[in-house]
Write a protein that binds this ligand. Structure first.
Ligand code: ADP
Ligand code: G6P
Length: 483
């Protein structure tokens, strides 16, 4: 029976070696959390990097690592420390990530990093070519592996290859600034199907293909000499049932089952009449607009001082890419901002900002989603933003307000949220005020509409749509060749 081979840099679990034994922790980020649901349901093999460098893996643990990954349906591509530096910290996260999120001033164009990126992409392609049977379907994920489709195609021309980009594809004017722009496009065009979260990203990509490679593009198909590549948008959904049911179980919890975090949230609510929680959950990343959000919160409290001692901003930031200087700087900036604002505004009974810098277990995420009145997500640029969807899915009584940046891919599907421009403090303050005063009936009306959509267009449907489109594309190609 044919299987799907999923390939991404990040596997659904991250391995660490602690006191001589292997520990697996769930990976954070939209790709891992979304694809995990797809992977656990189906017949698939997931190939990726374990999170350990070659130098960290003692021979004695080699087999144990394979076994630990096999339990999750995974197999590994090992990377040396040098490769992780050049490929992951280097080209992926100091060149492509900032450039594709429109942070041009952060993008570094280092030939040495590009060379390692190419070499590591080849490693992944070789691993696929070695693992794939002729009728397997290959699904490559994200910006770390954009050269892989073409590299696999060269070795195994008959395979069906799909690629999905989880981050924005920038406009041509931004993309063209990258020295290796044509190589990246050619790498992607090894696919039969290329998917994006939104139509805009798709449009930007097609425009770059047309202008940089001079290829014929008709509607959403790119005509190569011997093949047609289809390009389409597939907005990624969430595992709606998992979040919705977890929230329902949470609501019915008995006193002994309640977490410390939930107890703390409940105690605060009980002690402060009209207390309201604003929630933000993100990886600690400059694209997420966390620092600006904190400043906007300060502005809001200046403008509406009557909310002092009533509202509290809960920030959950999960550590991410902490070896990259911009992330280190951002961490310091956030620490300072939170410290200053809490220092200036706190009273005996009120701390305006609760800041957690860590990854939390799933149950604690549910504590936060279900306890917070307003989810406030203000990315400056974001491929999708699944947190927005997760928040809505957990609102089983349909109360709660989502304030969401227009710059998130998910804003396209969540029109009933209060959509804001993350650079417009005035608009943000007004939206917070509107959210705090929104009648319950209106909250329910807005959330019911979003829930209906999220339940229908869940992650399973997203994966099926992508796969069906890939298989159809392949069949059409075969029949074209046969003619
Ligand atoms: P990104 O992919 O850029 O990180 P998304 O919002 O699309 O952004 O996805 C983030 C995913 O990571 C969500 O599924 C969310 O539940 C999870 N997540 C975010 N922060 C944490 C955290 N502190 N602890 C555990 N999971 C988290
Ligand atoms: C985003 C990217 C993923 C990445 C994740 C976490 O969701 O699209 O490819 O895995 O962030 O980042 P990390 O660098 O830890 O893999």
């Amino acid at each position: 029976m044919s299987k799907t081979i999923i390939i991404s840099n990040r596997l659904p679990v991250q391995l660490q070696i602690k006191e001589g034994s292997i520990e697996a922790t769930p990976s954070v980020g939209g790709l891992a959390t979304g694809m995990k649901s797809v992977h656990s349901d189906g017949e698939s093999l997931w190939i990726g990097w374990s999170g350990l460098t070659l130098e960290e893996i003692p021979d004695s643990l080699d087999a144990d690592i394979d076994q630990a990954l096999a339990r999750h349906g995974c197999s590994r591509v090992d990377l040396s420390k040098n490769e992780v530096d050049g490929f992951y910290y280097g080209f992926s996260n100091r060149t492509i990530w900032p450039l594709f999120h429109y942070f041009m001033e952060y993008s570094e164009f280092e030939l040495s990093n590009w060379t390692v990126y190419e070499a590591v992409n080849r490693k992944f392609a070789d691993a696929i070519a070695a693992a794939a049977a002729d009728d397997d379907v290959i699904w490559v994920h994200d910006y770390q592996l954009m050269l892989v489709p073409q590299m696999v195609r060269e070795q195994r021309p008959g395979l069906s290859i799909g690629f999905f980009l989880h981050i924005p594809f920038p406009s041509y004017e931004i993309f063209r600034t990258m020295p290796w722009r044509r190589e990246v496009l050619r790498g992607l065009l090894g696919s039969d199907l290329i998917g994006f979260h939104t139509y805009d990203y798709e449009r930007h990509f097609l425009s770059s293909v047309r202008r940089l490679l001079g290829l014929e593009v008709s509607f959403n198909e790119i005509h190569l000499e011997d093949r047609v590549v289809k390009v389409d948008s597939f907005p990624m959904g969430i595992d709606y049932k998992k979040f919705n049911e977890a929230a329902a179980r949470h609501r019915d919890m008995k006193p002994g089952e309640i977490s410390d975090l939930q107890n703390r949230l409940d105690t605060h609510k009980a002690s402060t009449p009209d207390a309201k929680f604003f929630l933000s959950i993100d990886r600690l990343d400059y694209t997420k607009g966390i620092a600006r959000r904190i400043k906007a919160f300060e502005y809001f409290l200046e403008k509406y001082p009557e909310y002092k001692e009533k509202v509290r901003l809960i920030i959950l930031a999960v550590p991410s890419r902490s070896k990259v200087p911009q992330y280190q700087r951002l961490k310091r900036e956030i620490d300072e901002l939170v410290g200053r604002i809490n220092g200036e505004l706190s009273t005996v009974s009120w701390t305006p900002i609760w800041y957690f810098y860590r990854s939390l277990p799933f149950d604690n995420l549910i504590d936060l989603y279900t306890s917070c009145d307003i989810a406030w997500l203000t990315p400056i640029r974001d491929g999708m933003n699944l947190v927005a969807k997760e928040y809505i899915a957990t609102r089983t009584d349909q109360t709660g307000v989502l304030i969401l940046s227009e710059m998130a891919g998910s804003a396209n599907e969540m029109n009933e949220a209060l959509l804001i421009n993350p650079n417009n403090f005035e608009q943000i303050a007004e939206s917070l005020h509107q959210a705090l005063n929104m009648p319950e009936e209106e909250q329910k009306r807005r959330n019911a509409a979003m829930q209906k959509r999220l339940e229908r267009y869940n992650v399973e449907k997203w994966a099926n749509d992508f796969m069906n489109s890939l298989l159809t594309q392949r069949q059409q190609d075969y029949s074209m060749v046969a003619r």
